[in-house]
Write a protein that binds this ligand. Structure first.
Ligand code: EPU
Length: 418
């Protein structure tokens, strides 16, 4: 087990460079098997979630050539074999192999996906989408068998604008015969990045980034080169750290529009920021800060993935702030640990009420999931004294070189095996 140890209360100065988006990369890697030639993707972050997907590629006999700058994926000798539990359970996004294998071979067999325990996380909408395209879905011994004689374009309405279902259906439909329309599609920037990748390979997808996506099936997908967008959640996490500990702190290589909802909240509460074309510099906080309320929502609303780190900032605002989580039923697992550090927070149903400002004092805490873990890092950097975060593996699933990046701006942070 890994543990992160932080000596908090230090000011952080300099700049942090954000890597490629986890939630785009984890879809792009499975999507790459759809090419008949090879795909080169640069800016894939070095995190354990992308490592786990590359292991699945190797299981499928796909050639993977990884360097620091790019990953070259060549599926010309691949086989379509069952993805066993030891591979599928390592992360949620293993389920993108269902759509990609179905799209390529009209058959996918894989065990249940894993991932953070932040809610029930059903995949009924993915499966309904596959069925609408002509596939049958069987669920036996904790595995899904999805197969089709033919895949035919269809009109698919998603009851919820699900990121995963939108991407998985795009992957399955890209080589289907005819036209597929996904209505009430998710609009997250990661969806646009995946659609652009597929189009770079010769797919015909329009409307990504809006709630209606149109996919005209094609027979072949060719060689391509693609770049992953910057990780908006990693960017937001460091900007929040900058607000609490920066003096000043610049977060580089980002697309500020992707985090408009966070930036406008920061301005509202009194954090001074400079927004550049590809950076945000956190200059400091006003003397008089204001409390605020946030409600998580699908893009462009306030992202659920930033809710947990942002809650730490709310503990430092005077008065009463509220956080309402609308996407995941179990995303308040960081709250007991924030309380242990000294925060005053009450959770009722899906709303946390935070009374501040409260001084945080370092203690032993747990990263219960990826973003809860990120919240513990934010809290540990702010808190006086030493914070030890166990189960730090969760954090490394989504934050590339987090310890090294924070050390470079002056944090006293280390990671060790316990
Ligand atoms: N949902 C269903 N049925 C489905 C699919 C989703 O009911 O078939 C529900 C979910 O239970 C949830 C809501 O719809 O309540 C939204 O789920 P969505 O499918 O959009 O989420 P996801 O694709 O499983 C991705 C990210 C999450 C992020 C959400 C929301 C990946 C690999 N994961 O999950 O990221 O929170 O979108 O933006 O892209 C994270 O990075 O920490 C993380 C959890």
């Amino acid at each position: 087990m890994k543990m992160i140890e932080i000596e908090g209360g230090r000011k952080l100065r300099g700049s942090i460079r954000v890597g490629g988006a986890k939630n785009a990369s984890v879809a792009l890697i499975p999507a790459a098997i759809l090419t008949d030639e090879e795909a080169t993707i640069c800016n894939i972050p070095e995190i354990t979630d992308t490592d786990a997907l590359c292991d699945i590629l190797e299981l499928l006999h796909v050639k993977v050539n990884r360097s620091t700058e790019s990953v070259v994926i060549n599926p010309q000798e691949m086989i379509n074999t069952e993805i066993e539990e030891q591979y599928s359970k390592k992360l949620r996004a293993s389920y993108y192999f269902m759509g990609a294998l179905l799209g390529k071979y009209k058959k996918a067999v894989m065990h249940f996906p894993g991932g953070c325990s932040i809610g029930a996380r059903p995949i009924d909408l993915h499966l309904k989408g596959f069925e609408a395209l002509g596939a049958t879905v069987k669920n036996e011994d904790n595995k899904y068998i999805v197969e089709a004689k033919e895949l035919k374009g269809a009109n698919i309405y998603l009851d919820i604008a699900s990121v995963g279902a939108t991407i998985n259906i795009m992957l399955a439909a890209v080589k289907a015969e005819g036209t597929t329309i996904i209505d009430n599609a998710a609009k997250e920037p990661e969806i646009v990045n995946v659609a652009t990748f597929l189009n770079n390979m010769g797919a015909k997808i329009t409307g990504a980034g809006t709630s209606t996506i149109k996919i005209i099936g094609v027979e072949h997908l060719h060689k391509c080169f693609h770049e992953v967008i910057p990780d908006r959640i990693e960017a937001g996490t460091y900007i929040i750290i900058g607000a609490l500990c920066g003096e000043p702190l610049r977060v580089d290589n980002i697309i500020p529009e992707h985090i408009d909802s966070l930036l406008s909240k920061l301005e509202e509460i009194g954090v001074n920021i400079e927004i550049g074309p590809d950076f945000v510099e956190v200059l400091g906080m006003e003397e008089k800060l204001k409390p605020t309320n946030i409600k998580t929502a699908v893009y462009p609303g306030f992202p659920t993935d930033l809710q947990q780190p942002f809650t730490v900032l709310l503990t430092q605002l005077p008065g009463k702030s509220k956080v309402t989580e609308t996407i995941w039923e179990n995303r308040f697992m960081h709250i007991p640990y924030l309380k242990k550090l000294g925060a005053d927070i009450e959770v009722k149903n899906q709303t946390a009420t935070i009374i501040g400002p409260k001084k945080l004092i370092g203690d032993e805490v747990v990263a219960t999931d990826l973003r809860a873990g990120a919240a513990m890092v934010v809290a540990g950097l702010l808190a006086e004294g030493t914070t030890r975060i166990s189960n730090a593996e969760h954090i490394l699933r989504g934050y590339e070189q987090i310890v090294e990046k924070l050390q470079l701006v002056g944090a006293k942070i280390s990671i060790k095996e316990i």
